[in-house]
Ligand binder design. Structure first.
Ligand code: 4AD
Ligand code: MG
Length: 481
């Protein structure tokens, strides 16, 4: 068909041009003006129907949600906020939408309500803007790495490895559903080694496979779904989320931080250059939301201001030891305002991370050199640590309003040290022989990180609940589609 998209039409159509447009009616007023949307932009196209163009029955059917096809002429518009509109010459209803039953009204709905109606929420301005921005960010991820010569490596979703060693995995089973599965003595199902004779899970991270790629291509990245069966019902955690994991041979921790900072700034600049209209809409949405809050709780900066600030300023870089000292010295700590105590060795809680970025530095912060005891087995042990204070070459990036957005490290490339650490952590070396081969044959220093894609989308859109930035959030209540 020779449909013109509304975004293109509003941007460049010339008066007098004949066009065909299709979309969904947002509103219909005075039996004359249709606000038509096709998802290409939040701006609706005004379609004008002259008296007598369609019969009364058709006029009644033009309600919110109805899909139509219009042929007409582009004419100058007198309405405000638009330079052109379409004077219809023919109008055809493609699909009716019963106004009494259609859940979306031509008014503002709460995010909670729209989460309940998640199957229809793409049709609202807010979710239209969010998911166009999400798309642009995904595109920019590939553009960034492609321009730097990285290879996009597809890592497996079903795997026997537990990359993070955190035990938060979804098990994959091939057991029959008909009740004939092998049973334990107590009658419960014996899952045993259930993936055709192997015990497997959904991947928590593509990193270890990514390292195999980096040891051949030098620079790789993964970008795919990852799964964590963590039972944390928070606004920052999903059971199924997307992660981008670059892995680079010959990089050390410093290089790793530079790459992560460049990457985040590139992504933000990309959407500011290509999706400004949607960002302006989201900026406005956030400003209205902030107005509802008491003065003291309002954010200091608007969304666009914040994004510009982050692309124009270097991130703060501090060690874990310095971070702990800042927390201990803070008025917040002295007034006992933290729920969780602070001391060297703790796994910082989100209240601590947010204090550092939102109250102390007021910008993104990269925290390095965490205690080995709270980090994964593959991170490189730092040499020359104080007794009892062994650290690893880890880095987390903390972002205002989000907390941890990136987790990464330089990897332990020394075979004996890695084997000793794995033995300490009871990680069976025989099953990880494929991984250890990277250290046996041509081992090199290397580093990488993981950016949580939804946390990045949260940051860029100014949304606050992670369920609102993934098209189909996996929560116990939302898994039908
Ligand atoms: O810090 P994490 O667990 O690091 C890794 O998985 C490493 N293998 C990455 C690497 O070095 N290649 O996770 C990385 C990021 C976090 O910083 C966070 O942004 C995001 O993934 N993330 C989640 N996002 C949404 N829901 C969850 N349940 C998440 N868990 C982690
Ligand atoms: Mg982490």
């Amino acid at each position: 068909n020779n449909r013109t998209k509304i975004k293109a039409l509003l941007a460049s159509a010339e008066t007098g041009q004949e066009v065909i447009v299709m979309g969904w009616v947002r509103t219909f007023r005075n039996n004359q003006f249709i606000a038509l949307n096709d998802g290409s932009t939040n701006h609706n196209l005004q379609v004008v129907i002259a008296l007598g163009l369609v019969n009364d029955d058709t006029l009644k059917r033009l309600t919110t949600g109805t899909s139509i096809k219009v042929a007409g002429t582009v004419v100058p518009s007198l309405g405000k906020g638009q330079s052109v509109e379409v004077q219809a010459t023919t109008l055809e209803i493609l699909g009716d939408s019963d106004a009494d039953k259609y859940p979306l009204q031509p008014k503002k709905h709460s995010l909670e309500f729209l989460r309940e109606k998640a199957h229809l929420r793409f049709r609202t301005n807010t979710f239209g803007a969010i998911f166009r921005v999400r798309h642009a960010l995904a595109f920019a991820v590939h553009q960034f790495f492609n321009s730097r010569g990285f290879v996009y490596l597809h890592t497996p979703i079903i795997t026997a490895s537990d990359a993070e060693g955190a035990g938060e995995m979804f098990r994959v089973t091939t057991l029959p559903m008909d009740g004939s599965a092998p049973k334990n003595d107590d009658g419960s199902i014996n899952y045993g080694e259930d993936f055709f004779g192997k015990s497997t899970n959904l991947t928590v991270s593509g990193q270890l496979e990514g390292e195999l790629g980096a040891m051949a291509f030098s620079d790789i990245y993964t970008f795919g779904p990852t799964f964590r069966a963590e039972n944390s019902n928070t606004a920052r955690h999903l059971a199924e989320f997307w992660m981008i994991e670059p892995e680079v041979a010959f990089n050390d921790l410093e290089d790793n931080m530079d790459l992560a900072e460049d990457f985040i700034q590139y992504l933000i600049k990309y959407v500011m250059d290509n999706n400004l209209e949607d960002l302006e809409f989201l900026d406005q949405r956030l400003a209205e939301e902030e107005k509802q809050k008491p003065q003291a709780e309002r954010q200091e900066f608007g969304l666009l201001e914040k994004l510009r600030f982050v692309t124009d300023n270097k991130f703060e870089r501090i060690t874990y030891t310095e971070a702990i000292q800042i927390l201990l010295d803070s008025p917040h700590y002295k007034k006992k305002k933290f729920k969780y105590d602070v001391s060297w060795g703790i796994d910082m809680q989100s209240e601590h991370e947010r204090y550092l970025v939102e109250k102390h530095f007021k910008k993104p912060v990269i925290v390095t050199n965490y205690p080995a005891a709270i980090k994964a087995f593959y991170m490189r042990l730092n040499d020359g640590c104080e007794a009892g204070k062994q650290t690893v070459a880890a880095m987390d990036i903390l972002a205002p309003g989000i907390g941890e957005i990136v987790g990464g490290s330089q990897r332990e490339e020394r075979l004996e040290k890695l084997e000793a650490r794995m033995a300490d952590m009871h990680i069976p070396a025989e099953e990880m022989s494929w991984y250890l081969d990277t250290r046996r044959f041509g081992s090199v220093p290397h580093a990488g990180f993981g950016l949580g894609f939804e946390r990045m989308v949260l940051f860029v859109t100014g949304m606050t609940n992670i369920r609102d930035v993934i098209p189909f959030a996996r929560t116990p209540k939302n898994c039908e589609f």
